[in-house]
Design a protein around this ligand. Structure first.
Ligand SMILES: [Zn+2]
Length: 413
């Protein structure tokens, strides 16, 4: 096998937050980045040299992105729907009607478009939820499960696709169902998901999810408290179950909109419990901004979880794209940078933006049960290059990232 050439990439920025050991990495501090010439040896990024310092930074290197929460079975279906709009219930109903059109060909075309967008946006890992069957059919995977399984195989090497069944927590209240699903995912993606809102038997369903996840050694991923009602308790029930069962994780909890109802001591108590339970929270701003806080006029509640307070309490937080051009969110594209930019605006995450890149890279990887990838020690194939002079520019959509390996094919030192 041919040995990869040693390469020095001149005048680049690397966000400090994307370096595991900045003290040993080299380079000169420039805002929230390190600046210098990036040294790649034997196909691996090993550090920076300060260079002549005569030129300005033109490009930025960081790890490829991780999309922690999308729905490739639903995406890009909005154009054929009529009279859509409204709250979460309205979206669920509209999407249920659309399901009649979910043939193999249709699912393949839409999910392939979603995967293409993810790859073009610089992603190397994505978790997609897959709406599950109910009633007597609950033991049989839906068509979308098979289609995404095929696409995962076909795109291996370009992107890792984790498919996660999205059941109703009501279904998991039946231990037989929970065991069957855990057995199914233990042999495939290794993650079991459920939708938790106000179902009467949610407590039992949550407990069963933890019991079977522990038995089978799989991860958990909940859609939880996707609403602003004051009596939603799913997140707290999940935290209690995680603590009671001593589950080692990972557990990713998407939405958690109703955390916005808490403040002061009550909020502190909850964020401490979430941290103690080892949960990661996924903020999903696009769908929440569109569906939450609906009234007759302009919305005055944002529906975004308490990103700032959670991070201050050392709870890992990630940002996901969630729905793209479907009944739940009629606009958008699959792009973690765009989603992080939206989170920054909607949750008032102030610059420097390097501080938040972990939510679409290293922390997101850990939330999906994977080891985090930092620039130091990363293989060339795991790195991206942006034509950007700051972390703000990487999130502004003015430039598309390129895989560093593609750039280097035409690059000399
Ligand atoms: Zn979702």
């Amino acid at each position: 096998m041919q040995r990869p050439a040693d390469v020095t990439l001149k005048d680049v920025l690397v966000p400090l937050s994307m370096v595991a050991h900045p003290d040993r990495f080299g380079g000169r501090k420039h805002q929230d980045c390190l600046f210098g010439d990036l040294v790649l040896r034997d196909g691996v990024s090993v550090g920076m040299q300060e260079g002549g310092g005569q030129r300005d930074a033109r490009r930025l290197v960081m790890p490829k992105l991780v999309e922690s929460h999308v729905h490739l079975d639903k995406c890009h279906s909005i154009s054929r729907m009529q009279n859509v709009g409204g709250d979460l219930r309205a979206a669920i109903n509209a999407q249920a009607k659309d399901r009649a059109l979910w043939t193999t060909k249709d699912l393949r075309a839409r999910a392939t478009r979603g995967l293409r967008e993810l790859i073009e946006s610089g992603c190397r890992v994505v978790r997609s939820h897959v709406d599950w069957t109910h009633g007597a059919e609950v033991f049989s995977p839906p068509l979308a499960w098979h289609v995404l399984g095929e696409l995962a195989q076909e795109n291996r090497g370009r992107i890792t696709l984790q498919a996660c069944p999205l059941t109703s927590i009501e279904d998991l209240a039946d231990l037989n169902v929970a065991q069957n699903m855990a057995g199914l995912v233990a042999g495939t993606s290794g993650v079991l998901g459920a939708f938790v809102l106000d179902q009467p038997n949610r407590r039992q369903g949550i407990m069963n999810a933890f019991l079977v996840a522990k038995d089978y050694g799989i991860a958990l991923d909940f859609h939880v408290d996707e609403g602003l009602a004051h009596d939603l308790d799913g997140l707290e029930l999940i935290a209690d179950a995680a603590i009671e069962t001593g589950f080692a994780g990972p557990v990713l909890c998407g939405h958690a909109c109703s955390l916005a109802n808490l403040e002061g001591e009550g909020l502190r108590r909850m964020t401490d419990k979430i941290a103690c339970a080892g949960l990661t929270i996924a903020a999903l701003p696009a769908t929440n901004l569109y569906l939450q806080g609906r009234a007759d006029g302009t919305p005055d509640r944002r529906g975004i979880t308490r990103m700032r307070e959670l991070r201050a309490a050392d709870v890992p937080v990630v940002v996901g794209t969630d729905n793209v051009r479907d009944a739940f969110c009629p606009l958008g594209r699959h792009d973690p940078c765009q989603s992080l930019a939206m989170a920054a605006l909607s949750a008032h995450l102030d610059p420097p933006f390097g501080d938040y890149l972990d939510m679409i890279t290293t922390t997101a990887e850990q939330a999906l049960g994977l080891a985090p990838t930092y620039v130091d020690g990363a293989a060339i194939g795991d790195l991206l290059l942006f034509d950007a002079t700051s972390t703000s520019e990487t999130l502004s959509g003015t430039t598309r990232p390129q895989p560093l390996s593609d750039v280097l094919r035409g690059e000399t030192t």
